[in-house]
Design a protein around this ligand. Sequence first.
Ligand code: SF4
Ligand SMILES: [Zn+2]
Length: 364
Amino acid sequence: MKLDENKQKYECLAEEIEGLRKHTLKNRTPYSDDKLGKPLAFWTKQERLLDKVGKELTIILRTKGCYWALEHGGCSMCGYIEDANIQNVPSEQIIHQFDYAVQNKITEIREDSNDYVLKIFNSGSFFDDSEINKQTREHIYKKVAEIPQITEFIVESRIEFITEDNLMEMKKYLPDICIEIGIGLESVDDHIRNKYINKGLTFEDFLSTKELCDLNDVGIKAYLLFKPPFLNEQASIDDCIHSIKTLIDLGIESISINPCNVQKNSFVEYLWYQNRYRPPWYYSLFECFKKALNSSTLQKTRILCDPSGAGTKRGIHNCLRKECNEKMREILSQFILSQDLEILNEIEYDCICYSRYNLQKDHL
Ligand code: SF4
Ligand SMILES: [Zn+2]
């Protein structure tokens, strides 16, 4: 199907997504108490901190789930609601999930000479009281303040829940830690964000939230979705470059570029099964970096990118040759850790898929 026909067909994308979501959530049963007492996942690994290489402790909490997905079907690429409980998770259980992860990792962190960034994700909004209430947030802040190795703290939220009170409360408990709030902006283009991604967010509202965060000395980590549905490879490159440059000019502290991956029961998966969506190529991602960044912009904005499903059919990939994707994955990870554009000169364009990529770039 041609791109324009696709655009017309999905003028009412929101309705399509809502219908699809209702269908997939129809028979969901809540998780057992045992599962709700433990986080969905947690890990430590090397990560780029604001000004050096350090470590991350990431904790993914299992909550009720994102209200945008529950009430409006959610974003076209998102399948996170599949892991959510759908019904309220009591605060004691969320606190237990958090404590469980921290207790498991605290010795490793205390014995490590690295500084850490603590990322708490809940595949929804940290400040949405129906997912994580005030009492639970306070518990988390107090615990974080007791661990001196944690020098950066990142949570994520839709902007509806980022209020002055919530920011002030967080700063009250964590006055000396660099805080960033992850916001899924996805693109600076309102049409792409709302018509193709169904984000329900205007750029203007994002800018107001940025002002509020600035006033409260809280940074923003803006997520950009690389290759949303209905954009071909070249259009995605153009959108990503434009978005990165705009956000850097605005003084956004961190930009996390998320190459779109095909998540279970998402609208993107529905398109993918019909051969109407292909995740982005690594070649395109590197082109964005080369065209949007220079060494001075990298001094003021941190670029992050840790793609899910990389090298597989559902994630960012070139051809499906293991060596081709492995080389790309290694260069990407070195670039992110070092923030050094010179690393990108090591990319080799010698795989047979590169000529195919160039031929298909405007049509995929
Ligand atoms: S991408 Fe974020 S805002 Fe959109 S449905 Fe998923 S969790 Fe909710
Ligand atoms: Zn290849």
